[in-house]
Design a binder for this molecule. Sequence first.
Ligand SMILES: [Zn+2]
Length: 246
Amino acid sequence: MDTMIRVYIFFATFVLFFVLEQLFARRVYGLDKKRLISNLSLVFAFYILSIFFKSFIPYTFALKHQGQMPFWASLIIFDFCIYLQHVISHKVSFFWRFHSVHHSDLHIDTTTALRFHPLELLASTFYKVGLISIFGLSADAVFVGEILLSSGALFNHANLYLPEWLDRFIRFFIVTPDMHRIHHSSENSEMNSNYGFFLSLWDRVFRTYGQRTFRDQEKIEIGLKQWRVKEKLYFFHLLLWPFKRP
Ligand SMILES: [Zn+2]
């Protein structure tokens, strides 16, 4: 299995949800080309940065490490640890400086899934390498887990309309766009809920699950209360954001 396969799947999934959300939009938001380019540029900046840390690509690292943890156990541990990482990103102010770049988006669509500060993505890479070392996660599980995680993020950030019955059914297992949109609310209590990235289980177990009625979804104010001037939320502002914002 080639690490490039993951990149191709990521790109194909991105195109799929990008097209679907244009056809079946959940909320109306005018096209902001600069926002679109900013979100894409952030993930591209990380891609460039990651070239210097090739041996820390989690799958490459896992192959060398040859962990013995069974496949399914590895997958579940991996997903839980990503949930935990997300909670920490909100609760520890140093990490919030970086993670708030993701939350500063005034709209949520599949490009928001790419809107992470490159240094947060780099830290996440080291975190995953740490998990592989500590738990001995199997390389196959890391490969599948990373694909599920990125595909899940592209799906649950998509501005995609799903009928209520379908959302309820999918949400029983994995995080849906309506579930994750609440996490992007500017209301603190809602932002501190629905931390899951793939399995919806963890938010239910640890009582961080939040919900709104199907109709209420259209009323959610997305983004951060203090920063709502879109001209100050573009690529270069976002790169400097952690070093300037509290
Ligand atoms: Zn968050």
